[in-house]
Structures are given as structure tokens and as C-alpha cells.
Design a protein around this ligand. Structure first.
Ligand code: G
Ligand code: G
Ligand code: MN
Ligand code: NA
Length: 252
């Protein structure tokens, strides 16, 4: 319907924007990476969130183009911050399953990274358990080739899908992002699961990010549990790039 047609024009009209949510590294006591979250600045409807248009992009086959646009925008941003003399931050980008397995994705990512002259070790691609479940050999191949390029791979919303443990054995991922539902439900069971995931990840040489930390109590609890990184409204909401820059500069 309407949004669908508008989305086709959104790219050429430059209506997509990227917000950045800081991630706090517990050991370093500072922000060292950010998650890129795309938004659509619609001329009539205002800011539209990805939950509303990413599904449309998938149904209409525009997800490949939008994904490329996001990675390119992120690379440009990384260079802009570098040019301003800020110490480099790692930027993570969300990939839907369809997007991760999109035809020529590997070559296209390579060419964007080369053209933008970004150090790929500062990029991270987030995929979900449902992606890991889909076309397993193709997904494994993509993970391996991105990691060979130096890009980090994380499992997003960890714990909300299925068979998490077999995926940890099967796929060489760098980071586990524990879904926000675990920290937000204050049950003993959820806390025990977070502890168990942190222990397991450290044995597997993977890092753990706890998402959705909103209160001081949750913040202190997660620091005490020695997760590697914390992301959530308590530290910062996702911010427009200029505000992120100011947020980052304040800690330097
Ligand atoms: O920021 P917000 O809460 O609106 O994000 C909602 C969802 O949209 C999250 O699940 C996030 O992973 C997804 N999302 C945000 N940016 C992108 C993107 O660039 N590509 C894809 N595929 N998903 C995104
Ligand atoms: O699915 P994914 O993890 O990519 O989605 C991240 C989404 O979670 C973003 O849209 C972001 O706005 C949202 N988010 C980030 N921190 C918090 C938080 O502390 N609480 C809640 N409820 N949502 C958060
Ligand atoms: Mn994410
Ligand atoms: Na998540």
C-alpha cells in the first residue's frame, strides 16, 4: 500500500537516517561501541521505526538495498568521527535473515568497506537465532567469510529463539547479546540464566552484552555479574549521530 510505494522513494530522497545506541564496556568503564538503528524520516508521517518498515522491505525485496544503504551510511559515519579526531568506536549493524543471505551480500559488503576505507575490525554484524536456524550451511559460510574479513558476528536477542546451545557449538560467533527480557524480568531464574550464559560464553571465548538495562538496580546487578558490556536506556537511548558524538566526547 502507501508506505510500500514511499519506501521505494525513501532511498533516493535520502529519508533514511541512522541512530546510534552506546554500549558500555564494564572493564574499561566506558563506551567503546554503538549499535546502528535505522529510522525513516517520512515527509508526512514523521519518524517511522524499523519494526514498521523492515517487514515491508523484506516483503517487497527492498531489504537488500536498504541493508547496503545502512552499512554504507555507517562506514561514512565511522570515517566522519575518525576525521574529527575521535578514537574509533565499533559499530554494529542489524541483519535480517533474508538480508544476511541476500545474493552477492559478501561481495557488496567487501566493496563498500573497501570504497569507504573502513577498518573492518570496527564493524559487527548482528544476526538472530532465527537466521541461524534457517539455511544453516549458507549461514555458516557467510559467517566465516565475514569473520575472515575481520568483521565481528553477534547473536542478537539471544535466548528468545530455539536451540541456542547447539548454535553456540556450530557457529563461530564473537558476541552474544542477551535479550532484554532476561534482565527486565527480575526472577531468580532469569538471573541464573544470565549467569550461566556469561560463564558459558567465557569458556567459549565469546563476549556477552546484556541488553535492555533501564534501572540503576539492573545496572549494578549486571556489573556485579561481570558481563562484558551493557546496553540500555539507563546508559543511553539510541541517539542521532551528532548527539552520540557529544555523548562520546564527554567521556574522553
Ligand atoms: O530501534 P528499534 O527499537 O526501533 O528497533 C527495532 C528493531 O529493528 C530491532 O529488532 C532492530 O534489530 C531492527 N533494526 C534496526 N535497524 C535495522 C537495520 O538496519 N536492519 C535490520 N534488518 N533491522 C534493523
Ligand atoms: O532487536 P534489537 O536488539 O536489535 O533491538 C534493539 C532495540 O531495543 C532498539 O530499538 C532499542 O531502541 C531498544 N532498546 C535499547 N535499549 C533498551 C532498553 O533499555 N529498554 C527497552 N525497552 N528497549 C531498549
Ligand atoms: Mn540489535
Ligand atoms: Na537485541
Amino acid at each position: 500500500f502507501m508506505l510500500q510505494n514511499d519506501l521505494r522513494k525513501a532511498l533516493e530522497r535520502n529519508e533514511l537516517i541512522v541512530h546510534y545506541q552506546p554500549r558500555y564496556v564494564v572493564q574499561e568503564k566506558q563506551m567503546m561501541s554503538v549499535e546502528a538503528l535505522v529510522r525513516w524520516n517520512h515527509p508526512d508521517w514523521g519518524l517511522i521505526y524499523p519494526g514498521e518498515f523492515i517487514p515491508i522491505a523484506e516483503e517487497t525485496g527492498m531489504i537488500g538495498q536498504i541493508g547496503k544503504w545502512v552499512v554504507e551510511a555507517v562506514c561514512k559515519q565511522w570515517n566522519e568521527w575518525k576525521g574529527k579526531g575521535l578514537p574509533p568506536v565499533r559499530i554494529s549493524v542489524n541483519f535480517s535473515g533474508q538480508q544476511f543471505l541476500h545474493k552477492n551480500m559478501e561481495e557488496e559488503m567487501k566493496s563498500i568497506i573497501k570504497k569507504q576505507e573502513v577498518d573492518p575490525t570496527y564493524l559487527e554484524f548482528e544476526i538472530t537465532e532465527s537466521t541461524l536456524m534457517s539455511n544453516q550451511s549458507a549461514v555458516l559460510k557467510m559467517i566465516n567469510s565475514f569473520r575472515n574479513m575481520g568483521i565481528k558476528i553477534s547473536i542478537d536477542d539471544f535466548g528468545t529463539g530455539y536451540s541456542s546451545l547447539s548454535y553456540l557449538r556450530k557457529y563461530p560467533v564473537d558476541i552474544i547479546k542477551i535479550d532484554k527480557s532476561f534482565v527486565q524480568d527480575h526472577s531468580d531464574e532469569s538471573r541464573a540464566l544470565i549467569t550461566a550464559i556469561i560463564t558459558l560464553a567465557s569458556q567459549l571465548k565469546m563476549k556477552v552484552v546484556v541488553e535492555g538495562v533501564e534501572t540503576n538496580e539492573q545496572w549494578e546487578a549486571m556489573k556485579a555479574m561481570k558481563c562484558d558490556e551493557i546496553q540500555g536506556y539507563y546508559f543511553s537511548r539510541p541517539l542521532p549521530s551528532l548527539e552520540l558524538e557529544q555523548f562520546y566526547a564527554r567521556q574522553l
